[in-house]
Write a protein that binds this ligand. Structure first.
Ligand code: NAP
Ligand code: MG
Length: 484
């Protein structure tokens, strides 16, 4: 059992509260993993003040020099895959294979952003006037507050921290209460890289306790949040009218559309990866599968057969394909949605219960669940369940499928399985999402492309790709005449 401290001004420190919070293994709730600081608003304020003090020197450090320091971070971080994977599996519940995938994704995204440090400082433009040169400078914003969720405790933290720092901002990260260990390990690598004190700070604690301080403090000029739509839109409201730039990555209800001409086996595989990977707790998880009527029954039979083969258990066992869900609150919410689905008349095709026998008795295990005969107005077709529950809707034809896919307040990811290029092009144009796929799972992504949603799935610039640094900078247009 480790005791984790906040990391403020380059030092590991205790909260002034003197209180600690405990974290347990999701596959075995008797196993205490660590204790973290139960920080107070005063702790958070001190971290923000120190970040503000570190900003002038860091923002004036040449960008390639900042990138070189973060290269040192990558070197240290890059050797720790197994340590991170085991920590993520214990505190989040996902399988070791999934945790290793998260590590590699985080590394690749960080590497891409560090590489941007030599090319994204601005742009030049021609002038109408002789003897005048024009250019666009990109300048850092100031202190950035970064608030991260438990479902990708490493990847999301890296996706925010690295571009914020490369761009010259100083940061305070608040990780999710359920997954503190990964954040502490990440800051060990930042510390080892020799970043100047105060540039990157870590404050543990509850969002409900320190959230208002880290969101509304006047030093905060950038706020990047990943989490629920409810909390995210609340933050946007608190910041209305303030000069704090916001970036919100929120929930989803992501559709996978399967047309009659699709490769059904590949489509089933995508539904299983997207629906049950990380126990359905990706923001890009497939939660609605929309199937064209002609192949509906065949597809459903294949999907059920695939789901039957999913081995559920402790993610640290290499034979396991799906781990527990993350914590008691998730567990209860997901089981409640399953009950709602049964009550509103959807047909339970497989699963639909908690797994509490034998080795699963001590963890938050839920059987992979598929509902069929789901009507678009049902709660389970509309609300983000964020668990191992897939709902299957029948579409009359392609037009009906596109309409159903877009019939949601969310707009994060979508996918279409077809061999028809014209339909694929129409889907790409009409799908109301930030990430659109054809013949790939809804969760597929690469670091050089932007990541973020539309509608109630996001606000502000997306993360990653060119937008990673774009978000954490402002533009300044510069005109210079060479003769006074
Ligand atoms: P959540 O309650 O919104 O928590 C997310 C983060 O916000 C946590 O660090 C949390 O701290 C903090 N927080 C809570 N209340 C706050 C407040 N009033 N002010 C400031 N920060 C606050 O979300 P969750 O229920 O844990 O996570 C699941 C949700 O995240 C799902 O809806 C999922 O779709 C979404 N998500 C979206 C993406 C994406 O990229 N679009 C990625 C991952 C997850 P505590 O842990 O201390 O409460
Ligand atoms: Mg919450």
């Amino acid at each position: 059992m480790r005791i984790l401290q906040n990391y403020v001004g380059g030092k590991w420190t205790d909260s002034a509260s003197g209180r600690r919070r405990q974290s347990f293994n999701q596959a075995n709730r008797d196993e205490l993993i660590c204790e973290t600081q139960d920080s107070t608003p005063a702790d958070a304020e001190a971290a923000l003040r120190i970040a503000a003090e570190a900003f002038p020197a860091w923002s004036h450090t040449p960008m390639p020099r900042r990138a070189a320091l973060l290269q040192e971070f990558l070197k240290h971080f890059g050797t720790r895959e197994e340590e991170f994977a085991r920590a993520i599996t214990r505190e989040n519940g996902k399988t070791l294979r999934e945790s290793r995938t998260e590590f590699l994704a985080a590394f690749k995204e960080a590497e891409f952003q560090v590489g941007q440090g030599r090319r994204t400082a601005g742009a030049s433009r021609p002038s109408e006037l002789p003897g005048v040169t024009c250019h666009l400078r990109r300048e850092p914003l100031g202190v950035a507050t970064l608030i991260t969720p438990w479902n990708f405790p490493l990847n999301v933290a890296c996706r925010k921290l690295i571009p914020a720092l490369i761009a010259g901002n100083t940061c305070v990260l608040k990780p999710a209460d359920l997954t503190p260990m990964t954040a502490a390990l990440l800051f060990e690598s930042l510390h080892a890289a020799g970043l100047p004190p105060g540039v990157a700070n870590l404050v543990f604690g509850r969002g409900s306790v320190i959230g208002d301080t880290i969101v509304t403090h006047p030093a905060v000029k950038a706020l990047s949040f990943t989490g629920s739509t409810e909390v995210g839109l609340g933050i946007a409201q608190k910041l209305a009218g303030r000069d704090t730039k916001i970036q919100l990555e929120l929930g989803g209800k992501n559709p996978l559309v399967v047309l009659a001409d699709a490769d059904l086996d590949k489509a089933v595989e995508a539904a299983i990866i997207g629906g049950f990977g990380c126990s359905g707790q990706w923001c890009t998880s497939t939660s609605r599968v929309i199937v064209e009527a002609g192949i509906h029954d065949t597809f459903l039979a294949k999907l059920i057969a695939g789901v039957k083969a999913i081995v559920v258990g402790d993610g640290s066992d290499e034979a396991v394909k799906m781990g527990p869900v993350c914590g008691s609150q998730q567990y209860e919410t997901i089981l409640k949605f399953i009950e709602v689905g049964k009550q509103e008349g959807a047909r339970l095709a497989i699963g639909g219960n908690a797994l509490t026998e034998d080795r699963n008795a001590q963890g938050w295990f839920i059987a992979p669940t598929v509902f069929a005969d789901v009507a678009p107005e049902m709660v389970i077709a509309r609300e983000e369940i964020f668990g191992p529950v897939v709902v299957v809707l029948k579409a009359r034809d392609f037009d009906d499928a596109v309409r159903l896919a877009n019939d949601t307040r969310y707009g994060l990811a979508s996918s279409l399985y077809t061999r028809d290029l014209a339909k694929a092009q129409r889907f790409i144009a009409e799908s109301g999402v930030g990430l659109c796929h054809v013949n790939l799972p809804t969760a597929y992504k690469e670091p050089q492309l932007e990541f973020g949603g539309v509608k109630e799935s996001g606000r502000g610039n997306p993360e990653a790709g060119d937008s990673g640094i774009e978000f954490f900078t402002r533009h300044k247009a510069v005109y210079v005449k060479d003769q006074p």
